[in-house]
Design a protein around this ligand. Structure first.
Ligand SMILES: NC(=O)c1ccc[n+]([C@@H]2O[C@H](COP(=O)([O-])OP(=O)(O)OC[C@H]3O[C@@H](n4cnc5c(N)ncnc54)[C@H](OP(=O)(O)O)[C@@H]3O)[C@@H](O)[C@H]2O)c1
Length: 429
């Protein structure tokens, strides 16, 4: 029986380089455990002269990624080059040629996942992307296979290690956002250009993938309601701690009645909630459903080793299916469905106001909330004299009402400034 699978790699950087080392270094162990003889046949990089952490016969390296996809010795393509294009074209070409594809590319899957999954289904080959969300944490397979029969209510958690590292430093060391970000860059947790992390694009792509798999309704990455941590002020992290919360960047996918909500935003999480204790670059994701109640997946959400481990698992899975020779049924089919109107999503809000410190201010502030149909759960006053600060936590209300209340507050003469608004997580993770 044939046991050899030729593997082509598109990219050999942080993830691809580690994967290569594992495929070569652990070849015998993988063969012994799985019966699979995984042979690296071609590797595409941009700069062949670059120093690498792996050794490879020079003839296997190419700067032409098409050559990898089209190589007749390549049975399975691993895309770890990142970005939308040319990765998208190459993945589509591999699938169209009937070659299984494994990718770690959340950006590509969030953008073109529905089309690529359909193409894979048409050709009867696997398209696997375990590493696209949660790095080394198994989350895609549990969602799309193990829990395929569960009526999932919600998937929520911390899916971006860079911002969690930054928020942890702000919480524990009192660091400013810019200082914590610079430290994350120094330690290699953040890119030179951290926009994708800080502005929540990376988390939004992951939220889109989680929502799509959880609810069987395709949610494109650009339809995720997104707010990053760029505007977060250190002082609100300090106030959050005083009020019994920790600020986290959450990705949330939930069913709201008949529709789906997919969103990313900073949120104050109660200090005794399991997500509050997820520190540094760790990721943690809850899945909730009627039969499973709550499942928590946590671990290293990025990094060469953990991510390559998830990619390698997919490679082994796809290689098994390829050798079995059968047409592979898609792991998920997407049906009709619509996305929630973000204005109708209900949460509690924390609002920080700089106000004049004189009689009647509180009544006017309460009136602005009341007129917008938002009721107040608690109010604290910080400081007296010229510059009083009011910290308000509201009860749950639709986002539209919360925004109307904030607009009314901004129009009040006694309110000098609405300093911050942050959602407060009150119902589950
Ligand atoms: N790093 C992580 O912790 C992590 C975690 C989860 C998911 N991912 C995903 O994994 C993927 C790879 O990430 P990474 O961190 O390994 O990226 P990386 O270190 O930048 O590596 C990218 C690799 O692709 C090659 N490449 C890029 N464009 C190319 C082109 N047009 N032609 C040929 N080769 C090209 C690069 O060549 P050179 O080496 O010559 O520059 C490099 O080897 C991304 O989709 C990322 O989102 C990464």
């Amino acid at each position: 029986m044939r046991t050899t699978i030729g593997i082509g790699l598109l990219g050999a950087g942080t993830v691809g380089g580690t994967l290569l080392r594992r495929l070569v270094g652990d070849h015998e162990a993988i063969l012994a455990k799985t019966g699979l003889d995984l042979q690296v046949r071609r590797v595409a990089v941009r700069d062949p002269a670059k120093a690498r952490s792996f050794e490879l016969p020079a003839e296997l390296l190419t700067t032409d990624p098409r050559a990898v996809v089209e190589d007749p010795g390549v049975d399975l393509v691993v895309e770890v080059m990142g970005g939308r294009e040319p990765a998208g074209e190459l993945v589509a070409a591999a699938l169209a040629a009937g070659k299984p594809v494994v990718t770690a590319n959340k950006e590509l899957i969030a953008d073109r996942g529905a089309e690529l999954i359909e193409l894979a289904a048409e050709r009867g080959v696997p398209l696997l992307f375990e590493a696209a969300v949660g790095g080394g944490i198994p989350i895609i397979r549990p969602l799309s296979e193990t829990l395929a029969g569960e009526q999932i209510r919600r998937v929520a958690g911390i899916v971006n290690g860079t911002t969690n590292f930054v928020l942890t430093r702000m919480t524990e060391e009192g660091a400013e956002l810019s200082e914590a970000l610079a430290e994350a860059q120094r330690l290699g947790y953040a890119e030179a250009d951290p926009t994708a992390d800080v502005d929540g694009h990376d988390a939004a792509a992951k939220a889109a993938i989680l929502a799509s798999l959880a609810f069987g309704v395709w949610v494109p990455g650009d339809r995720v309601d997104r707010e990053g941590i760029g505007d977060l002020d250190r002082i609100d992290v300090v106030y959050a701690a005083k009020l019994g919360y920790v600020v986290k960047l959450l990705a949330i996918a939930e069913r709201v009645g008949e529709v789906v909500s997919a969103r990313v935003h900073p949120a104050m999480v109660p200090v005794d909630h399991p997500l509050a204790s997820i520190r540094g670059a760790t990721n943690a994701i809850f899945i909730e459903g009627p039969s499973i109640d709550e499942l928590l997946f946590a671990g290293p959400g990025a990094g060469g080793e953990p991510t390559a481990s998830a990619v390698l698992g997919d490679v082994i899975d796809a290689a098994r299916e390829t050798l079995a020779g059968a047409q592979v049924a898609p792991r998920i089919r997407f049906g009709e469905g619509s996305l929630v109107d973000p204005g109708s999503v209900e949460t509690k809000w924390y609002v920080r106001l700089d106000v004049e410190d004189r009689p009647g201010v509180l009544a006017q502030v309460a009136g602005a909330f009341g007129d917008a149909d938002v009721s107040i759960e608690a109010v604290w006053q910080e400081g007296t004299g010229e510059d009083a600060v009011l910290l308000i936590v509201t009860h749950r209300a639709p986002e539209r009402a919360q925004r109307a209340a904030v607009a009314a507050l901004e129009a009040l003469e006694v309110v000098r400034r609405v300093g911050a608004t942050i959602r407060v997580q009150s119902d589950g993770p």
